[in-house]
Design a protein around this ligand. Sequence first.
Ligand code: NDP
Length: 332
Amino acid sequence: SREWHLVARPHGWPVPADFALRETPVAEPAEGRILVRNLHFSVDPYMRGRMNDVKSYIPPFALDAPMDGGAVGEVVASNAEGFAVGDHVLHGLGWREYADVPAKGATKVDPALAPLSSYLGVLGMTGLTAYAGLFEVASFKEGDAVFVSGAAGAVGSQVGQMARLKGASRVIGSAGSDEKVKFLVEELGFDAAFNYKNGPVKDQLREAAPDGIDVYFDNVGGDHLEAAISSLNVHGRATICGMIAQYNDTEPVPGPRNMAMIIGKRLRLQGVLVGDHYGLQNQFVQEVGGWLGSGELKHRETFVEGIENGVDAFLGLLRGDNTGKMIVSVTR
Ligand code: NDP
């Protein structure tokens, strides 16, 4: 079985030489474990943080060991009660062809209910992040005007649509290409969108939201956050979900220059960690599953085929090659 190891800690942008695809033997699962043939695994922005040797909410990847992350696959051998050969499972040992998974770390998923890759995206971690970040953390309410950055990505594309479905007065998104902007407006029903590479975010946001915004869902940080603070209305709320604009920075970047506005406008900026919100899982799957079934909510996936292209997929994600969820399909 082949698996991706981190072999050097990236400084700035990761390079292919920081990773190695290595061969490892596959053994029968021990008591309480299952052997899973991975079909899809997830590459996610938070993995960049795990490549640094720093203490965070999730431990760093070890060097010369397989990286991990969300994956879905088929059970090919089971030594655990409740799991049979042929079952499909969601688990945390991605970045490899075969995974030796403790049964308690695996959740059965039904490929008849939704395509398996959805459990990594729209019905999985990124979908729940959008749902919890918008409804719990930002306390979204009907009539709010919502701005989301990284809007064509896995989390952002769901945030904008969920806000629309729950009665937002206006949904605005930003993304890194004109094609993505077109996708947001024409396919996902955003009221307005702009390409942040075409001009200052502050000016483009003001033009897209002349009456201001009530909620900002931040996936990007930097000048996006500063612009959002300027455009937020009194009692506005921001969910701080990600700051991808700075994940490859080698020096700390200065914060927004307009923080004093938080006072006068009584803004609330609050971080979200999806791990705190798994209690919402059933409600989330029911509601989002319903929207998917009725066709009211759309989701896009970008597939990269072949485990050997896993690192390219990850680097592509950081560059913005994806629309919707970036997924690596383990073909052989
Ligand atoms: P995405 O599918 O959104 O992929 C990442 C996207 O980031 C790229 O497609 C690219 O799109 C955009 N991007 C890259 N560099 C920049 C930049 N300098 N400025 C603006 N945009 C940039 O990934 P996810 O949906 O999985 O994650 C989105 C955000 O949410 C990330 O910040 C991630 O860390 C965070 N997150 C946080 C979680 C939590 O629990 N707090 C859980 C899951 C995700 P473009 O072409 O538009 O530039």
